[in-house]
Structures are given as structure tokens and as C-alpha cells.
Design a binder for this molecule. Sequence first.
Ligand code: OAD
Length: 250
Amino acid sequence: MVELQTAIELLKAQAPTVVITGAGVSNESGVPTFRGAGGLWRNYRAEDLATPAAFARNPQLVWEWYEMRRKICAAAEPGAAHRTIADMERRLPEFLLITQNVDGLHGRAGNRSHIEIHGNIFRARCTGACGSRGRRALPYTPAMPLPPHCPECGAMLRPDIVWFGESYDPALLGRCTAALERARLVIVAGTSGVVPIPVHLASIAAARGAIIVDINPVASAVSELADVIIAGKAGEALPELWPAAAGSGE
Ligand code: OAD
């Protein structure tokens, strides 16, 4: 495929590159996706758990759901996809990872300057007087009393997650847009694109002629704008694509 070769050549030439990931890249680490087979939204209603209204109605229930997921994420280990993307960040001079994932696995694999556009499940924010300054680390500890409270002002903490109906952080979006305006290659891996942010971001680069690669075992909303579709698992496709370009591991 000509476009796949072009993508490899762009990586070899160390062209400005953006990787955008979704739940599929962590699926091989045992973290469930949201949609598709085994997806969380098959068994739970997003409106009951991942909205400000749901939290106002029943914070205990929302925290219990997050605690169940925090336990899974804490036990998971970064996989081959995470490790490959961390190596890309180390070796490409102009590189940005944007993830929708909140599981922290990219950071644990070694990414340092990535953007977690939907937040992080191991952080919490104070809902009270501390306001937005009250963002704090909240590592998983078994049997933590729920809901947790702010050690500074005593108000309830909420997960530091962008819920349905909430806005993205404009500063983070600005960093994303700047990188996508310069990108010549965008690799989108493991997202359905049902939440439109990955399609929106990839379109910025596509409009400027960047090559868009979609890695997903099934067709997604991203496939429609992709130049290259790799119908496979991120943990297999990325480690194949990257050494081919970086000239290592061959
Ligand atoms: P989805 O669950 O919507 O989509 C996951 C995608 O990963 C699907 O298209 C799968 O086909 C694909 N997939 C599964 N296994 C894969 C693998 N091994 N390699 C590559 N792809 C694989 O997840 P997202 O698109 O990330 O919001 O969902 C977007 C947002 O919706 C999430 O960030 C979450 C959710 O509500 C928040 O947490 C705020």
C-alpha cells in the first residue's frame, strides 16, 4: 500500500507526528473498552455514572463505579502499544501523544509530555472551596472510604475526569491543535470515534495534507478520513510499524 509506505517514510524522516489513542490500546492490558464486545456501556448507562447530574444525584454510586475501574487500572500493566508509543516520544523530535484514556498506562509506559484529554482516574478534584486548585493525586488503595473528601477543606472529591456534557480544558485543546496543525503524520489507535474528539483533531491535520493512519480491528468513525487503515490490534500493529520506520528490531 503506497500510503502505508509513505507513513513509514515520514516516521523514518522524523516528521512531526501526533498519536491519538482510545480505549482499544489498553484492551490488551485487560482494561475494558466502552463500546463493542465487552464494552462498559453495554452493562452501564453513561447517564447514570459519567455526568455531573449523576454525581450530584448519587456520588456514592459514581465513586463505587470509579473504584471498580480504578482497581482494574491499578492492576493493569502497559502493553506493547503503550511501550511503542513511549519509544516514539523518546526518539521523535516533534511528537505529541493525545489520549482519551484515563487509566494512566501511557505515563507508566514512559510517556512524559502527553495530553490526557479526558483526565486521569488516579486524580481527583475538590468540589468545594479549593475549587480547581484542588486537583490532587488519588492512588488506588483498597477499602478507601467512599466518597473521598478533600484533606484541606473537607468537601467531597470528584474524579478528575471530563464527563459527558462538560467542556474540554481550552489550554490542553490549544496544545493539541498546535501540534495537529504542524503534524505530517497522525496515527489514531483504538478509538471508535463515537466521542468525536479524535475525528475532530485528526481532521485538523488531514485538512493540511497530513497522512492519517487508523489502527483498529473494526471500522471506526476515524476510518472515514484515514489514508491508511490497519485492521488489527494496536499491540501488534504499532510494534510492527515503528521498528520498520525507526530501523531497530528488524
Ligand atoms: P470505545 O470503547 O468507544 O472504542 C474502543 C475502540 O477500540 C473500538 O472501536 C474497538 O474496535 C477498538 N479496539 C478494541 N480492541 C483493540 C485493540 N486491541 N487494538 C486497537 N483497537 C481496539 O473507546 P474510546 O473511543 O476511547 O470517556 O471512547 C471515547 C470515550 O468514551 C472514552 O474516553 C470515555 C468514553 O465515554 C471518558 O472516559 C471521559
